[in-house]
Design a protein around this ligand. Structure first.
Ligand SMILES: Cc1cc2nc3c(=O)[nH]c(=O)nc-3n(C[C@H](O)[C@H](O)[C@H](O)COP(=O)(O)OP(=O)(O)OC[C@H]3O[C@@H](n4cnc5c(N)ncnc54)[C@H](O)[C@@H]3O)c2cc1C
Length: 574
């Protein structure tokens, strides 16, 4: 079946929905999502959204800009960061007008809380910059934007899995989807396609990410000849519940919680004397793992304690209710009285599909624009987070660049007609599916996935070195051979989750290779990328963005310069 829309948006997280709201007044907009829209990972965001409103204490966008650039270890493009932080207050008021129920100060202003790496006066001390709705911020913003989409008649293709992008010559002209409920393939034709498919945390065994975060959109772009930018930068959040990896939001430390080792020491005082437990995430994650390596994990095991017991029941119930209930449900302990066992957990990918500040996808280091293709949100790399993202800057990124992509698509479609697609455009995808059903291989999807996830924890997580990265790449390539032999057990046409998982596994494999390959070639330590064999930042050689291209011979690497406007790189101490 072929259906035409002006704009097709893949992904119903905050980036996709914000873009849809922006362009629906002048275009026929469809949103495709593999999960029900309000189950997108954005709904799991607990902590908040940053903006220098200054409601609780003095704040300025220039300070927000400095913190974000420093947090990025000077790899963020400063022109893009400036656009984002200057737009932030407007974003918050807009959400308020749309109906988001933010938490309030006693005098009725939007309340703000501390988050790691956000400071006053260029690094002097922590500042309250994150606006929040208790610890359910993502949930309420996602529901509000979904309501706005329904109100403006955005068309939803819910539980539809995008299998491939379709091109008319060089222009992206639509997507092919697998409709889970019917098992039918649909060709959705569009004048502009936006990828807003979120992150790829599910490549790692220990992760805070939902099951859908398998990097589909990032890999669909890569397969279509788009390079991937800065994929070596994978964020590990310091406080995942041990041993599950489920997130305990940084809001817990923002509200005054702190970390302790086996000896009861507040060890962050040694690693970040100025801001302590509120240092940037890469710094805190490395500190936790260093303590564990030195035998100072609790009971000599792989975790430390996050202590909230001094906050009191009332504050925990009011501000951290959801976090506390997670801890009670999953671990059976009460954070009002007991410290929480935590370990770093894979949380966010700073890299992704390269775009300009209006979501247009870039095809090379010269900035050539890909026709008809846009990207926004976690799958995109603008780049505002550089080598390490600060907490609560992601929701801001989604809303600022989601909106800008919507505006840019509205403009772009006024100048183009629909391409000439026929049923032939479906054929390649049909063949791919037929092949999957016909292979009588012995390999199991779950087994290969588990091997990737363990391998990536071992070779490509917080600490890396040349030997491990090289071995990791070899092992991934061998798993790629195994992947060719996976056999379908479930032959049903409708609700075939196995088909979906097989496609996701292909994405996970290929992205793992890109992550390890990018990491191998960056022979320095910067932000979330830490090389034991090259422990210092080397601006002279590596103050540049990685671009990895897919070629028949395997990944190929090139680089492009970082945009520096106001802040020259300095030593990064917290
Ligand atoms: C537990 C947790 C807490 C967080 N807390 C915060 C916070 O407090 N503040 C903050 O700033 N950031 C936070 N983050 C980060 C932030 O939530 C994410 O970066 C952000 O939500 C990503 O949004 P997105 O719109 O890019 O994609 P997502 O919300 O991940 O949505 C992706 C969408 O793409 C669709 N999709 C993917 N692949 C396909 C396909 N093949 N076919 C069809 N549809 C597809 C999915 O169905 C989904 O609708 C948190 C992240 C996690 C995991």
């Amino acid at each position: 079946m072929i259906t035409q829309h002006d704009i097709v948006i893949v992904g119903a997280g905050l980036a996709g929905l914000r873009a849809a709201v922006e362009c629906v007044d002048q275009a026929d907009v469809a949103v495709v999502s593999k999960v029900f829209p309000t189950r997108s990972h954005s709904g799991a965001a607990q902590g908040g959204i940053t903006a220098s409103l200054g409601n609780e204490e003095e704040d300025h966008w220039e300070w927000h800009l400095f913190d974000t650039v420093k947090g990025s270890d000077y790899l963020g493009d400063q022109d893009a960061v400036e656009i984002m932080v200057r737009d932030a207050p407007r974003v918050i008021y807009e959400l308020e007008h749309m109906g988001v129920p933010f938490s309030r100060t006693p005098e009725g202003k939007i309340a703000q809380r501390n988050f790691g790496g956000h400071t006053r006066d260029y690094g002097k001390k922590p500042v309250k910059r994150a606006c929040y709705a208790a610890d359910r911020t993502g949930r309420v913003v996602l529901d509000t934007l979904y309501d706005q989409c329904l109100r403006h008649q955005v068309k939803f293709y819910s539980e539809n899995y995008v299998l491939s992008l379709v091109f008319d010559g060089k222009r992206c002209a639509g997507v092919v989807t697998y409709d889970l409920a019917t098992g039918e393939l649909h060709l959705l034709q569009a004048k502009a396609v936006l990828l807003a498919t979120g992150g790829c945390g599910r490549i790692y065994k220990t992760t805070s990410n939902g099951f859908a975060s398998t990097g589909d959109g990032i890999h669909l772009a890569y397969q279509s000849g788009i390079p991937l930018e800065d994929m070596e930068f994978i964020q590990f959040h310091p406080t995942g519940l041990y041993p599950l990896g489920i997130l305990v939001s940084e809001a817990a430390r923002g509200e005054g919680g702190f970390l302790r080792n086996r000896l009861g020491e507040r060890f962050m005082e040694r690693y970040a004397p100025m801001v302590k437990d509120l240092a940037a995430r890469d710094v805190v994650s490395r500190a936790i793992l260093t303590e564990i390596r030195e035998g100072k994990g609790i009971s000599g095991r792989g975790y430390v304690h996050l202590d909230l017991t001094h906050l009191g029941e009332e504050k925990i119930q009011e501000r951290l209710w959801e976090i506390a209930s997670f801890v009670r449900i999953y671990l059976g302990i009460d954070p009002v009285y007991d410290p929480i066992p935590v370990q770093p957990t894979c949380h966010y990918v700073m890299g992704g599909i390269p775009t300009d500040v209006d979501g247009r996808v870039l095809m090379d280091e010269k900035g050539t624009i890909a026709q008809g293709l846009f990207a926004a949100g976690e799958c995109a790399c603008v780049s505002v987070h550089g080598a390490n993202r600060l907490g609560c800057n992601s929701l801001l990124d989604l809303l600022v660049f989601g909106r800008r992509s919507g505006l840019a698509m509205k403009q772009a479609i006024s100048k183009v007609e629909h391409g000439t697609l026929t049923k032939d455009s479906l054929r390649a995808t049909e063949e791919k599916i037929k092949k999957f059903f016909n292979v009588r291989g012995k390999e199991k999807i779950g087994e290969i996935r588990q091997r990737i996830q363990l391998l990536m924890m071992e070779k490509g997580s917080v600490f890396r070195n040349e030997e491990g990265l090289k071995k990791g790449i070899e092992e991934i390539r061998s798993l790629m051979e195994h992947y060719k032999n996976i056999g379908a057990v479930d032959k049903r046409k409708a609700f075939n989750f196995e088909l979906m998982e097989a496609m996701e596994l292909g994405h996970q494999l290929s992205l793992s290779e890109v992550i390890l390959f990018s990491a191998l070639h960056r022979r320095e330590s910067r932000g979330a990328h830490y090389r034991e064999d090259f422990p210092v930042r080397a601006d002279r050689y590596f103050l540049k963005h990685t671009l990895v291209f897919q070629t028949p011979k395997g990944p190929d690497i090139r680089y492009k310069p970082v945009k520096i406007t106001r802040f020259q790189p300095e030593a990064r101490v917290y």
